[in-house]
Design a protein. Structure first.
Length: 82
């Protein structure tokens, strides 16, 4: 590959294939592929704040709230009461 940008196509293909695979595997659990990363951070860092979670995932706070509503309703993740 002479032009370093030629790698972008294969990387995009791998990324899309990965998302499709994750969506298929997580479908039985009612978890979207976008929620998987969110849940893995919660699993590894129990008790993490919303701000720290958003920083790790490089998301805005509003995106975090959209992603956690369904798992919370199904009991996949619980919010501690203060």
């Amino acid at each position: 590959m002479e032009d370093p940008r030629e790698i972008c196509g294969p990387i995009a293909h791998i990324y899309r294939s990965h998302l499709a695979y994750m969506a298929k595997e997580l479908e039985d659990y009612g978890i979207g592929s976008g929620q998987f990363d969110f849940l893995m951070v919660l699993y590894r860092k129990d008790g993490i704040s919303q701000e720290a979670l958003a920083k790790i995932l490089k998301n805005k706070q509003s995106h975090k709230h959209q992603g956690d509503s369904e798992p919370g309703k199904r009991g996949v993740c619980l919010q501690a009461k203060r």
